[in-house]
Design a protein around this ligand. Structure first.
Ligand code: AMP
Length: 255
C-alpha cells in the first residue's frame, strides 16, 4: 500500500490505474469494522482501491470535536493494508484548502433537516470535500455507509445535479455485539456512557418514532424522525455526555 500526501502524487500514482476500475472510500480515519466493510466491498469490485483519510475541517462547526477527533494513522495504515487497499491518500488540510480557498458546494434542501438543523454548514463541508475527492481520484465507484443516511442522500443528489459519472455504493451499518453502530466517536464514551448509548439502537429497532422516543427518555435527544431518503429511514441523534451519536434503521427492504 502506498501512502500519498499530495494531489500531484496521487494523480501520478493513479495514471497507470485508469485502464482498470478505481474504487474510492472517503473516510476520516480511526478505522473500525464499518470502514473495513467498505474497503472489502471496494476490493471485491475494483481493480484499484483508494482510501482517503482526511479529517475535513470544513464539515465541523465551531465548538464541535475537530481538535479532539480520534486520530491513529499508524493503526489505520495497518487495517487498510490488511484489507489490501492500494493507496491511502492522507493529505494535510492545506493541501485541500490552500490559503485563499473560496469554492463551496451546497445541496440545498437535503442538507437542511435532521443533521442540518443541529450542524449548520456540515453538509456543505461534506459535499465540497466529496466533490474534490471525486474530481481528484475520478473513481468509477465510491463507497459510503448507510450509517450516515443523510450524507448518502446529499452525495447522491450532488452526483445527479452535477452530472458526475460514478456509481454510488452504499453498505449496511456494521454494529457491535451490543447493537451500537460502530463509530470512531464511540471511543469518547466511558463504560457508563456506553451502557446508556445502547438505548439508541434499541429504540430505533422498534422502527416506530413514538416508541423510539419513549425508549430514549432520559437521554438528550436531538431528533428522532422518519426521513424520506432512498430507502426511507428512522434516524436519530442523541448526546451521551459530551459525545454526539447518530444512527438509523431502514424502514423498507433489508439493510
Ligand atoms: P467516517 O470516517 O466516520 O467519516 O466514515 C467513513 C465512511 O464509513 C462513511 O461512508 C460512513 O458512513 C462509513 N461508516 C461509518 N461507520 C460505519 C458503520 N458502523 N458501518 C458501516 N459504515 C460505516
Amino acid at each position: 500500500m502506498r501512502v500519498v500526501r499530495t494531489i500531484a502524487d496521487l494523480r501520478a500514482e493513479l495514471a497507470s490505474a485508469r485502464a482498470g476500475s478505481i474504487g474510492l472510500v472517503p473516510t476520516m480515519g480511526a478505522f473500525h469494522e464499518g470502514h473495513v466493510s467498505l474497503f472489502r466491498a471496494a476490493r471485491a469490485e475494483c481493480d484499484t482501491v483508494v482510501v482517503s483519510l482526511f479529517v475535513n475541517p470544513a464539515q465541523f462547526g465551531a465548538g464541535e470535536d475537530l481538535a479532539r477527533y480520534p486520530r491513529d494513522e499508524a493503526g489505520d495504515r495497518r487495517l487498510a493494508e490488511q484489507a489490501r487497499v492500494d493507496v491511502l491518500f492522507a493529505p494535510a488540510a492545506e493541501e485541500l484548502y490552500p490559503p485563499g480557498y473560496q469554492t463551496w458546494v451546497e445541496v440545498e434542501e437535503l442538507s437542511r433537516p435532521l443533521e442540518g438543523v443541529h450542524r449548520p454548514g456540515h453538509f456543505r463541508g461534506v459535499a465540497t470535500v466529496c466533490l474534490k475527492l471525486f474530481t481528484i481520484v475520478r473513481p468509477n465507484r465510491a463507497y459510503f455507509g448507510q450509517k450516515d443516511a443523510q450524507q448518502v442522500a446529499v452525495v447522491r443528489q450532488m452526483l445527479r445535479d452535477l452530472h458526475l459519472e460514478l456509481e454510488l455504493r452504499v453498505l449496511p451499518t456494521v454494529r457491535d455485539a451490543d447493537g451500537l453502530a460502530l463509530s470512531s466517536r464511540n471511543a469518547y464514551l466511558s463504560e457508563e456512557e456506553r451502557e446508556r448509548a445502547r438505548a439508541l439502537p434499541r429504540a430505533l429497532a422498534t422502527r416506530d418514532p413514538a416508541r423510539a422516543r419513549a425508549l430514549l427518555d432520559g437521554l438528550e435527544v436531538e431528533y428522532v424522525e422518519v426521513a424520506d431518503f432512498d430507502p426511507r429511514v428512522l434516524a436519530a441523534a442523541v448526546r451521551v455526555g459530551s459525545t454526539r451519536l447518530i444512527d438509523n434503521v431502514t424502514l423498507e427492504g433489508d439493510e
